[in-house]
Design a protein around this ligand. Structure first.
Ligand code: GRF
Length: 212
């Protein structure tokens, strides 16, 4: 079975979408554990409700980023996962952590990368008058929000959109594309080699695109 560990810090709606796809048999994988750096993350509750190991590793109990990341890596490795999924994990991970999981670590970012790396993506898309916005599932490399993109989910921006309405639509497409990206990996249709993504053994020159 393809084993996943999920890292999160907040409400965990993406975790829920992944759980739902596993429950309905559309994603052939199992979540071995959910780890949060915040004890109050609702995502932990979702894991508990589903009988998934849920672990708090509070970053404020550590002297520095490296020691936190070392403990985090130890817990993750104790599950021997095939894939580590960042689902709203609000901590920068050290280069050595990221390098040790390269090719097995993916993230979802709320923009059509390479546009709007970092924070406030919906606000920036609105301010620039973008007609399309969305989310990207990508492999994680040390440079922030910069690894090879697997799937992008695209939504249209409406004239009367606010940050909240746009964020809501982007969340909807996130819930479709994150399980889908994981499924490509679980089914071994997708491979990561030296920074590049191969779909059915062919170099993926552009991300797979899904529209809401
Ligand atoms: C999502 O918007 C995702 O793009 C970002 O963090 C948020 C997580 O949301 N990386 P949730 O906790 O899964 O609801």
């Amino acid at each position: 079975m393809f084993k996943i560990v999920v890292l999160l810090s907040g409400k965990g709606s993406n975790l829920q979408a992944i759980i739902d796809q596993i429950d309905t048999g559309k994603l052939n994988a199992e979540i071995s554990a959910v780890i949060s750096n915040r004890a109050d993350a609702y995502g932990l509750k979702r894991a508990e409700n589903t009988g998934i190991d849920n672990i708090v590793l509070d970053h404020s109990h550590f002297l520095d980023r490296e020691s936190f990341d070392q403990s985090l890596a130890q817990i993750i490795n104790s599950y021997s996962p095939d894939l580590v999924v960042l689902a709203g994990f609000m901590r920068i991970l050290s280069d050595s952590f990221v390098e040790s999981f390269e090719g097995k670590l993916i993230n979802i970012h709320p923009s059509l990368l390479p546009k709007y790396k970092g924070l406030n993506t919906h606000k920036r898309a609105l301010e620039n008058g973008d007609k399309e916005h969305g989310a990207s599932v990508h492999f994680v490399i040390p440079e922030l929000d910069s690894g090879a993109v697997i799937v992008q989910g695209i939504v249209s921006v409406k004239d009367d959109d606010t940050e909240a309405t746009l964020a809501n639509r982007v969340h909807q497409i996130e819930h479709l594309i994150y399980p889908k990206a994981i499924n490509y990996l679980a089914e071994k249709n997708l491979e990561y080699k030296k920074g590049q993504v191969f779909l059915n053994n062919e170099l993926l020159k552009e991300p797979i695109r899904k529209y809401l």
